[in-house]
Design a protein around this ligand. Structure first.
Ligand code: KIV
Ligand code: NA
Length: 266
């Protein structure tokens, strides 16, 4: 199979073919999603919530994400793997950002990095891109700044529309190959998508974008918390695993497991 490259993202936008992405944090899901034909996998700092059980993405470190990213990158044959740069690993300077991007590229086998912020992160994006590393930008709601933004808030409404457009233009000018739009109204997402040459990837940005991305555990119904309005749940893994665990516990208690077929002969 031919690997997905940044060119595929651009070609898809030009051809009107939708781009699909999911997060992944381990080799099993990476391999399943890759075999199913997903275009890209993001090893998100959403691992902070999903894998490590923090309430936010803020405590996640580069050292924590590197082994997860390596597992995902090592498992795919076709999908494009994006490493998410965590809070505190790129904001100080373009040099710091490039240093972090080098770590992900050298230590994990990822094909690109992602970082949050539009205008404020443009110089970081430019420096990383100049070093030959593709950058996926991320604007709109940016979870690493949830305290600064005042919570999980929809962005790009009213006067926020101009800011969103300015952020979108800034990341395109800085050389990003794609941009994630998180939690923005469909109309402004459509406008950004029309204005930009690079593809837009929506996470709660409606249908008029070039691709879609979801956190896989939300999408598969694995979490036990509430999922955002924009998520469609494609499975009920929480229910499936709860039923499996309940049945297993009962079977062991009643000695229905192990049965004869599970025993080794003498
Ligand atoms: O970390 C993540 O999963 C993300 C996406 C939701 C955009 O950044
Ligand atoms: Na993220």
């Amino acid at each position: 199979v031919k690997r997905v490259r940044t060119r595929h993202f651009q070609n898809a936008k030009e051809a009107g073919i939708k781009i699909t992405g999911l997060t992944s944090y381990d080799q099993l899901t990476a391999s399943i999603f890759d075999s199913a034909g997903i275009d890209f996998l993001l090893v998100g700092d959403s691992a902070g919530n999903v894998v490590f059980g923090h309430g936010t993405t803020l405590p996640v470190t580069v050292d924590e994400l590197i082994p997860l990213t390596r597992a995902v990158a090592g498992a795919v044959k076709r999908a494009f793997v994006v490493a998410d740069m965590p809070f505190g690993s790129y904001e100080i300077s373009p040099d710091e950002a490039l240093h972090t991007a080098f770590r992900f590229m050298k230590e994990t086998g990822a094909h690109a990095v992602k970082l949050e912020g539009g205008v404020r992160s443009a110089e970081q994006i430019r420096r990383i891109v100049e070093a030959g590393i593709p950058v996926m930008a991320h604007i709109g709601f940016t979870p690493q700044s949830e305290h600064g933004l005042g919570g999980h808030m929809i962005q790009g409404r009213g006067e926020g529309a101009e800011k969103l457009l300015a952020d979108a233009r800034a990341v395109e000018d800085a050389g990003a190959f794609a941009v994630v739009l998180e939690m923005v109204p469909s109309g402004i997402a459509a406008q950004v998508t029309k204005e930009l040459r690079i593809p837009t990837i929506g996470v709660g940005a409606g249908p008029h974008v070039d691709g879609q991305l979801l956190v896989w555990t939300d999408w598969a119904g694995l979490g036990n918390g509430r999922v955002p309005k924009f998520v469609k749940q494609y499975a009920d893994l929480h229910g499936v695993l709860t039923d499996a665990a309940t049945a297993y516990i009962a079977d062991v208690a009643t000695e229905s497991y192990p049965a004869a077929e599970h025993e080794y002969p003498e």
